[in-house]
Design a protein around this ligand. Structure first.
Ligand code: BES
Ligand code: ZN
Ligand code: ZN
Length: 464
């Protein structure tokens, strides 16, 4: 499918976004009303003979347009039209691009027959393409990087394990002129990353630490992005119940998001130096699996009592965060992880949980979220919850002693591995709910959403 920005074009179908108000003044008002169209958000009405696809929106705002454009593209893809056009302006351009690319995304690698859509060409029409062309190109890069992230997350654990993850990173590095360094288990042992190694010990796939870097000449800032890359999370010996295990291929979504972010930033040619650190590990069971009751010595030398092998993400991240802080003196350190089911309980499935010490930094991310169309919500740290991670036999326990506030106690576990000089530079993003969906919402379709990519691209674009 081709997507182009043009001045004017004759296409099979012309998409129109209509509110209840603008419907009243529409040329085809009578026909549309006869068809029962009332311009309710996300409803559609095809007037085939007129070459019009009317899309209802609550208001002419980004969130409404993005969602409506997603509905429109799905309907167009299952129609027999070859071309369609969407009117755009400076205000709705990004939302339409996201709706078309992200709402029109489908993943059919494992289907024996893929249905070819008749739809070939999509045009975004506007009066002055010169004015909008840069914004158009940027929006396309960000949306396509989000799809890149989705593709990796959606890949099954047999095809996407730590070694094949490293291959994808290397290929991205080749294509986008990034540096890429991969550490296998021998290297991880030399780095004394015994916590990360323990989690992957029962897997037949060797754990990998992947470090990608994008280094433009005049970088204004340096940022380290750390991703949880559990290519499968069975829970380990604290085995997950059968129904909770399904979808756990998505436990690598943090790592995949970080790849999508560095891809977008390098293609946008941003003046920001970016380091992506990925801990790619598979959490399995077996005679050599790590166990509840083990005490692990982390890279930072802090000891951790394992009380639940399903709280494995933090055991990988604590070593990768420690390594990242030693390797790069960054201005910002962000980690992304499908870390806790508790985050979904706290915020719902659609919202990423954000934790950290700097209110200013959190505020900047709220601004970025608003622009990007992603949803984020802050979960507050406090010293009472911090005490729940106390262990009788080690420096800390990998799970809290009380069941409430699990997303925050997981964040506080990671906080133990953030060096004092970095406390204000660090944010933790729990994308357990937002990274994957089994029913479509907004511009998300079944499967991975690519959560984090649009958010961080928007943050990086505004960095001074
Ligand atoms: N990968 C899971 C968290 C998760 C759950 C992500 C559901 C997406 C959907 C994580 O490793 C995990 O199992 N966390 C445990 C922590 C608990 C043992 C303290 C959880 O959330 O139950
Ligand atoms: Zn787990
Ligand atoms: Zn996990």
């Amino acid at each position: 499918m081709n997507l182009d920005l043009v001045n004017e074009i004759k296409s099979d179908v012309c998409v129109e976004f209509l509110t209840k108000e603008t419907l009243k003044k529409h040329k085809q008002k009578k026909l549309l009303e006869k068809a029962g169209f009332e311009a309710a958000q996300d409803t559609l009405c095809f007037l085939h003979e007129k070459g019009i696809l009317a899309c209802g929106v609550e208001a002419l705002e980004s969130d409404c347009i993005r969602s409506a454009a997603s509905q429109a593209i799905k309907a167009l893809k299952s129609s027999k039209n070859e071309s369609a056009s969407f009117p755009v302006d400076a205000k709705n351009l990004e939302a339409v691009v996201e709706g078309v690319i992200l709402g029109g995304y489908d993943y059919n690698r494992y289907k024996s027959e893929s249905k070819e859509a008749t739809l070939q060409d999509i045009y975004l029409t506007c009066k002055d393409i010169k004015k909008l062309s840069k914004a158009f190109e940027e929006a396309v890069i960000i949306a396509e990087s989000t799809c890149f992230t989705r593709d990796i997350v959606n890949t099954t654990p047999e095809d996407l394990h730590p070694a094949s993850f490293a291959e994808i990173a290397k290929e991205l590095a080749r294509e986008n002129k990034l540096t890429c360094n991969v550490l296998g288990e021998d290297d991880l042992r030399k780095e004394k990353m015994e916590s990360m190694l323990a989690v992957g010990r029962a897997s037949r796939h060797e754990s990998q630490l992947i470090h990608l870097a994008y280094k433009p000449k005049k970088a204004k800032k340096i940022i380290s992005l750390v991703g949880k890359g559990l290519t499968y999370d069975s829970g380990g010996l604290s085995l997950k119940p059968a129904t909770s295990m399904v979808t756990m291929k998505m436990d690598k979504a943090g790592a995949c998001a970080v790849l999508g972010m560095i891809k977008a930033a390098s293609e946008l040619k941003l003046d920001v130096e970016i380091h992506a650190f990925i801990g790619a590990v598979e959490n399995m069971i077996g005679g050599d699996a790590y166990k509840p009751d083990d005490v692990l010595v982390t890279r930072s030398k802090k000891t951790v009592e394992v009380r639940n092998t399903d709280a494995e993400g933090r055991l990988v991240l604590c070593d990768v965060l420690d390594y990242a802080q030693d390797k790069v003196k960054a201005d910002y350190i962000f980690d992304f992880a499908t870390l806790t089911g508790a985050c979904m309980v706290a915020l719902g499935q659609y919202t990423t949980g954000v934790m950290g010490h700097s209110n200013k930094l959190k505020h900047d991310l709220f601004t970025a979220a608003d622009k990007s169309g992603e949803l984020i919500g802050a979960l507050p740290f406090n010293r009472h919850l911090k005490k729940l991670l106390k262990s009788e036999i080690a420096d800390l326990s990998n799970v809290a002693s009380k069941p409430y506030g699990g997303a925050i106690t997981a964040g506080l576990f990671l906080d133990n591995f953030i060096k004092d000089e970095n406390k204000e530079k660090w944010l933790h993003f729990d994308i357990a709910g937002s990274a994957y969906t089994e029913s479509p919402w907004d511009c998300n379709v079944y499967g991975a959403t690519g959560a984090g990519v649009r958010l961080i691209s928007s943050f990086l674009k505004e960095l001074k």
